[in-house]
Design a protein around this ligand. Structure first.
Ligand code: NAD
Length: 429
């Protein structure tokens, strides 16, 4: 019998259980998780309790963040799973590879081009394998779009028009916690759009070449609220009279997962999960528009808003033989609240093809159960199980990880300078 693959995981917050639950419940024949590492002791212990009591798994060793190397020396994992906050990814990816491990990292691979270069150099130096878990690629409607474009139904794609809407629940959540500081997340053009820019690279089978962008904070933040006439403010929801009745307030009391992961844990590190979205100190944008020229000559206009009444997207491709429209409205959830299966679950979705001079037709989209429209279980099998050969080539390497963030990183630079940015000037592969 083959030896089980040994995993350890760093960053044990809301997203982490996606991976450890899968190992515990579905893939214990092929995989074993042996340790958790995090800055926050309470969160480590809460995850341990969840792992043992809810998922029936054995206890794992717990290490603090400054014991990361000790964890690798003692546990001797084959692979490290990185699910800490974005700005720390590069540190753990590089150290893990230098100590002989492969790595699976959550998106975004990292937050800026300097850290991206350090990761690319470490992959080259160590020869280790780095994989970015792009779950969106695996959602059935996204896989279907790839299949249709690859089959040539609309010919060569020349133009892409892509609008993504984050609503006042999901979108607002990025303004309540660490993401609101651009140094932590790279802003939504990196943190969130990495999914969308990866999809475009994957759908078109190409890479970005040049980027121009505008972006601003036009809805969240204290000043915008003041300008709309709001006169009652608070810094966080817990214990605040002013927060009562605010539809943007996140109430953690009474939601076991939010209490266990964040409210009870804040005494360790001061991480406040329920900050007001109309507070000071927000350095990310909520309104972003980006133009991208691709290596294959295609051009994209992309927009992202984070305060829409509706959640979902609309993407339109125009090619040499026709037009393809894909739309989805999504069910939203609060990250870390335990509603895992709602994550990216699609309410309505459609794909329509308009052949040039032909009759338009709807394309049937396969249905699947699980997070991100059924993409998550397939991705997990790809990572921890026995993957089938995949003609769509959905597994994403460090190159795809880098390419997906470089559009957003270039967009951030363009917003700062008012000029177009060439991708080739950001990193060398
Ligand atoms: N693919 C997806 O759909 C998806 C969804 C949600 C989150 N994510 C990604 O997962 C990662 C974690 O996000 P989350 O929502 O779980 O955030 P979270 O705030 O719930 O958890 C982050 C964890 O990182 C820990 N941490 C912070 N600094 C650290 C350090 N220096 N060393 C070790 N641990 C540290 C925190 O203590 C916390 O436990 C992010 O990179 C995010 O982009 C991906």
């Amino acid at each position: 019998m083959n030896r089980k693959k040994r995993y350890v995981q760093v960053g044990i917050g809301g997203r982490a259980r996606f991976f450890y639950q899968a190992v515990a419940e579905r893939f214990s024949d092929t995989s074993e998780i042996t340790a958790f590492c995090d800055l926050n002791r309470t969160r480590l212990e809460y995850a341990q309790k969840t792992l043992v009591e809810d998922f029936g798994y054995h206890e794992v060793a717990l290490y603090s963040a400054n014991e990361f190397e000790k964890m690798i020396e003692e546990q001797k994992p084959d692979c490290v799973i990185v699910t800490s906050i974005d700005r720390t990814h590069h540190k753990y990816i590089i150290k893990a590879m230098e100590m002989g491990c492969d790595v699976i990292t959550e998106k975004p691979m990292t937050t800026d081009n300097e850290k991206c270069q350090q990761i690319l150099d470490a992959v080259k130096r160590t020869g280790k394998n780095l994989r970015v878990s792009f779950n969106y690629r695996y959602a059935p409607q996204h896989s279907k779009v790839r299949e249709l474009i690859m089959s040539g139904v609309i010919g060569e794609v020349k133009s892409v028009h892509f609008e993504w809407m984050l609503n006042t629940s999901h979108g607002a959540d990025y303004f309540r916690r660490w993401h609101r500081d651009k140094r932590n997340s790279g802003g939504l053009l990196v943190h969130k759009s990495t999914h969308h820019f990866d999809l475009v690279n994957f759908w078109l089978g190409t890479q970005p070449k040049q980027v121009f962008a505008y972006g601003d904070l036009l809805f969240y933040g204290r000043e915008n609220a003041e300008n709309r006439g709001v006169d009652k403010f608070y810094s966080r929801v817990h214990g605040s009279e002013n927060a009562k009745g605010d539809p943007f307030a996140l109430v953690m009391e009474g939601v076991p997962n939010l209490e266990g992961l964040y409210l009870n844990a804040e005494k360790d590190d001061g991480y406040i999960r329920d900050q007001s979205v109309f507070g000071d100190g927000i350095s990310i944008e909520d309104t972003m528009n980006v133009l991208v020229r691709y290596e294959n000559g295609a051009i994209m206009s992309y927009s992202l808003t984070a305060y829409s009444p509706k959640e979902g997207y609309r993407v339109v491709f125009t090619g040499t033989k026709g037009r393809l429209e894909a739309e989805a409205s999504e069910v939203t959830y609060v990250n870390g609240s335990g509603d895992k299966d709602l994550e990216g679950a699609t309410k309505e979705k459609s794909i329509k093809v308009y052949p040039m001079f032909g009759i338009p037709y709807d394309v049937e989209i396969p249905t699947a159960k699980g997070g991100h429209g059924g993409g998550d279980p397939v991705l997990l099998n790809d990572i921890f199980g026995t993957p089938e050969p995949d003609p769509l080539e959905r597994a994403a390497s460090h190159v795809a990880g880098a390419m997906s963030i470089l559009t957003g990183i270039a967009a951030n630079k363009s917003i700062a300078t008012g000029r177009p940015v060439d991708i080739k000037d950001l990193v060398t592969f």
